[in-house]
Design a protein. Structure first.
Length: 259
């Protein structure tokens, strides 16, 4: 796959997706969205990949969101026809594999929306988060206005969105927006530690857990517990559902196959 604005690497069970436009704080323009759609398609299809880490190139930004300068220079250009929304991700709901955002600086606008679409957020201590779209006559329409109030107390989320103010990494940790804050030099090691801990678990168990947890959010608990989630059905008929109890009984480390 030929990529110009994104780096996509596979190391063992982990996919590394790096937004690669550091000269514009990893802001995304239409060609980026199209490249990222291909990346996520491959990640979903590759059964050898069990988790992905998303980060930004350089030390200043995870992503500053939409490339407004590009938009101003290309008035009237239609949005890209990609199924996944911003970064090929924010409107995509079929990725049951875990996604870890390693936020290495500014996560603003669409950048925060990318992080919110991930399952775990690890932040460098200098990272900042915000949805500044109203300051430029826009709104966080790639899921930000819907996801942020689901991650934060409502008044905190509304305060951020209606003033367009940014919060620091320690504030984000205090409010539960991120899972962990580490020094910048330790960011990728921390994200990889999270990935290793996930990989120790059965991949189909993880995928079933994610699908059921996320899919059940909009349902009453009773309905969610009865709902026939596809990944859950696949788990109960899998080899790994046999391997796990067997390995426990034999006092050995399980050999997960993902089947």
């Amino acid at each position: 796959m030929e990529l110009k604005f994104v780096r996509f690497e596979k190391r063992g069970r982990v996919a590394y997706v790096t937004l690669n436009r550091p000269e514009v704080l990893n802001a995304l323009h239409p060609p980026c969205h199209l490249e990222l759609e291909k990346v996520w398609d491959e990640f979903v299809a590759d059964r050898q990949l069990w988790v992905a880490i998303v980060t930004g190139a350089g030390e200043r930004a995870f992503s500053a969101g939409n490339d407004l300068k590009y938009a101003a220079e290309h008035p009237g250009e239609p949005p890209p026809r990609n199924k996944g929304g911003f970064a090929g991700l924010t409107a995509r709901f079929d990725i049951n594999k875990p996604l870890i955002a390693a936020v290495n600086g500014f996560a603003l606008g669409g950048g925060l929306e990318i992080a919110l679409a991930c399952d775990v957020i690890v932040a460098a201590d200098h990272a900042r988060f915000g949805l500044p779209e109203p300051r430029v006559g826009l709104m966080a329409g790639a899921g930000g206005v819907h996801r942020l109030p689901r991650h934060l107390p409502l008044k905190v989320a509304m305060g951020m969105m209606l003033t367009a103010r940014q919060i620091t990494a320690p504030e984000a940790l205090r409010w539960g927006l991120v899972n962990e804050v580490v020094p910048a030099g330790e960011l990728m090691a921390a994200a990889e530690r999270w990935a290793r801990e996930i990989i120790e678990c059965a991949p189909l168990s993880i995928q079933a857990t994610k699908e059921a947890a996320m899919g059940g959010l909009a349902m009453p608990v009773e309905e969610a517990m009865r709902y026939p989630f596809a990944a859950v059905k696949r788990l109960w008929s899998s080899k790994d559902a046999v391997e796990g109890p067997r390995a426990f009984a034999e006092k050995r480390k399980p050999d997960w196959s993902g089947e």
